[in-house]
Design a protein around this ligand. Structure first.
Ligand SMILES: [Zn+2]
Length: 191
C-alpha cells in the first residue's frame, strides 16, 4: 500500500490504522497499449487466468466459513525501495466501483486483533498508525538503522512509550527505529 502524496493509488487509512481500503492494480503499461489509468482494472487476463486483483477478489467473496478470512501482511512504502511492516490484516470485502472514468477494484482489510505470534512482528503497539511524515522524519533521524545495533534489516517503527500507555504516534520524539530482534526484546521487557 502507499499513502504518500504522489502515490499512484488512492489507498485509505481509517479507524487509526485498523481499517485499510486498498485499491487494486491497473492493467500493466504496454507499449502501444492504452493508458492503464483510463481502462478498467482487470480481474482476469484475456486468457481467462486471474490477475492478482481477481485472486484477491475471489479470496474475499468465496469464503467458506464466515470468519475464515484471508490473511494479508501489510507493508507500507515510505520511500523508494523501503517498505515497513504495518501488521497482519484480514481481507474482509472486495468490490468493484466506478470512479467516473472506469471500474476499479477495492479491498477492505481490517487489522487482526490477535496478531499471530509467527507474523513478522509480535508487538501490537506499533501497528497503531504512525503518519508517513513522522516515519520519514524518524527514518532520517535514525539513519535508516536500528537504534540499538545499527542493523538495516527488518526495521520496525517502535513507540518509545507504548501506544497502550498513552504514548503518541504523532511525534517523532516518541518513535524510534528498531530491528525485529530489538523490537522483540523490548516488548518482552514491557510484559
Ligand atoms: Zn537491533
Amino acid at each position: 500500500m502507499s499513502t504518500r502524496p504522489n502515490a499512484p493509488y488512492r489507498d485509505e487509512v481509517l479507524d487509526g490504522g485498523k481499517t485499510l481500503i486498498y485499491e487494486g492494480h491497473d492493467l500493466p503499461n504496454r507499449k502501444d497499449g492504452p493508458d492503464p489509468k483510463s481502462v478498467d482494472q482487470p480481474l482476469k487476463l484475456p486468457s481467462g487466468k486471474l490477475t492478482q486483483n481477481g485472486m484477491f477478489y475471489n479470496a474475499a467473496v468465496d469464503r467458506g466459513s464466515t470468519d475464515d478470512f484471508e490473511r494479508v501482511y501489510v507493508y507500507e512504502k515510505i520511500k523508494a525501495g523501503i517498505w515497513v511492516y504495518n501488521g497482519t490484516f484480514a481481507l474482509r470485502e472486495a468490490w468493484v466501483e466506478h470512479d467516473g472514468t472506469r471500474n476499479i477494484c477495492k479491498f477492505q482489510l481490517k487489522l487482526l486483533e490477535n496478531q499471530n505470534t509467527h507474523t513478522p512482528d509480535p508487538e501490537l503497539d506499533h501497528t497503531r498508525m504512525i503518519p508517513s511524515s513522522v516515519k520519514q522524519e524518524v527514518w532520517k533521524r535514525d539513519g535508516g538503522k536500528c537504534r540499538d545495533c545499527g542493523s538495516d534489516q527488518n526495521l520496525h517503527f517502535d513507540h518509545i512509550i507504548p501506544f497502550s500507555k498513552g504514548g503518541s504516534s504523532l511525534t517523532a520524539e516518541n518513535i524510534q527505529l528498531l530491528c525485529a530482534k530489538h523490537n522483540l526484546s523490548k516488548s518482552a521487557k514491557i510484559i
